[in-house]
Design a protein around this ligand. Structure first.
Ligand SMILES: [Zn+2]
Ligand SMILES: [Zn+2]
Length: 325
């Protein structure tokens, strides 16, 4: 089969991925073989390919938003970043598999979907509603699920006032969910193009990153890797409100005033990874409300270009690799 392979990480502009013919993977016990129909390109792929996430194997096929058909089964399924958990650590036993001590990550600790075929654990594939076509389902499989989990971690209830601080791909996929829950959505974000996108998706209020929403928010989700943004979100909350931080890294948390910003049972929470329940629930809802992200299609040979486009924010919406393109 044809696959885009990473042997040594490096600047994506220097084309670290090479497209090669390699043996088709053989599914092991408890695994299925998938014929890849499409694979979304996530910013985390960029961190794998450029080495910000240190290599754990001497060669890997990236890609963790896989839409594929089970070979010898036919069903179309999705695969995400969480490729497996041990099921036995204290977190798994508490039902918090997103915090598992020994997780498997698709396209990082195991081969992913920048290929014509991929294997996946049979208990870590997700049904895809027929209303979502391949191209539009792929970007939902990481950014969409994580965005949905952020809403859960923030404790969003129907009809609430919810702030989104930063408006990249994950945030832009949550807005339809919030609208389906009759929430009002307030978007504070840097960058004219992100503000325009928020307006076009029907946000109730849109401002720059320094502007405060006109109401006290029940919940806020921050998507920018900036501690200042977390404090801005806190400053917009009502008593008892929650800020959920959807970022793996923050530059820092600046000093802030406890009495005015955190007292009153306000909470700050981080969002880590996802559970299978998040994936199933989100995909089912996405099918019902018809979330359709903007996508740009790339072929397998253009995997480096797809990652470069994500790095430079050069495309409107998500990049998707289609092996047959
Ligand atoms: Zn575990
Ligand atoms: Zn991802």
């Amino acid at each position: 089969m044809k696959a885009a392979i990473l042997k040594s990480p490096g600047d994506v502009l220097k084309r670290p991925l090479s497209t090669e013919e390699v043996p088709r993977p053989q599914p092991g016990a408890g695994q299925v073989l998938l014929r890849v129909r499409a694979c979304g390109v996530c910013r985390t792929d960029l961190h794998v390919v450029e080495g910000e996430l240190p290599p754990v194997r001497n060669r890997v096929i990236p890609g963790h938003q896989i839409v594929g058909d089970i070979v010898d089964g036919g069903a179309r399924v999705g695969v995400s970043w969480i490729g497996g958990v041990d099921g036995s650590c204290p977190y798994c036993r508490r039902g918090k598999e997103n915090l598992c001590d020994s997780p498997v990550f698709t396209g990082y600790t195991m081969d992913g979907g920048y290929a014509e075929y991929a294997v996946a654990r049979a208990d870590f594939i997700f049904p895809l509603p027929p209303t979502l076509d391949d191209m539009h389902a792929a970007p939902l499989l990481c950014a969409g699920i994580i965005g949905f989990r952020s809403l859960r971690v923030a404790g969003v209830e129907p009809g609430e006032d919810v702030g989104l601080f930063g408006f990249g791909s994950s945030a832009s996929l949550t807005i339809a969910v919030l609208q389906a829950w009759n929430c009002k959505v307030y978007v504070s974000t840097r960058g004219e193009s992100h503000r325009k996108l928020a307006v076009s998706l029907g946000a109730d209020w849109v401002g720059s990153e320094n502007e405060k929403p006109p109401v006290q928010l029940d919940r806020a989700i921050t998507f920018a890797p900036s501690g200042n943004v977390v404090v801005a979100a806190l400053a917009s909350l009502r008593k008892g409100g929650v800020v959920a931080i959807n970022a793996i890294h923050l530059d820092r948390i600046p000093q802030f005033d406890y009495d005015s910003l955190l007292w009153g049972e306000r909470q700050i929470r981080s969002v880590a990874n996802m559970t299978r329940a998040d994936a199933r629930d989100f995909l089912e809802l996405a099918g019902k409300i018809g979330i359709k992200p903007n996508v740009t299609v790339f072929s397998l040979d253009q995997a480096n270009e797809a990652l470069a486009a994500v790095k430079k924010d050069a495309i409107d919406g998500a990049a998707v690799i289609v092996p047959g393109a």
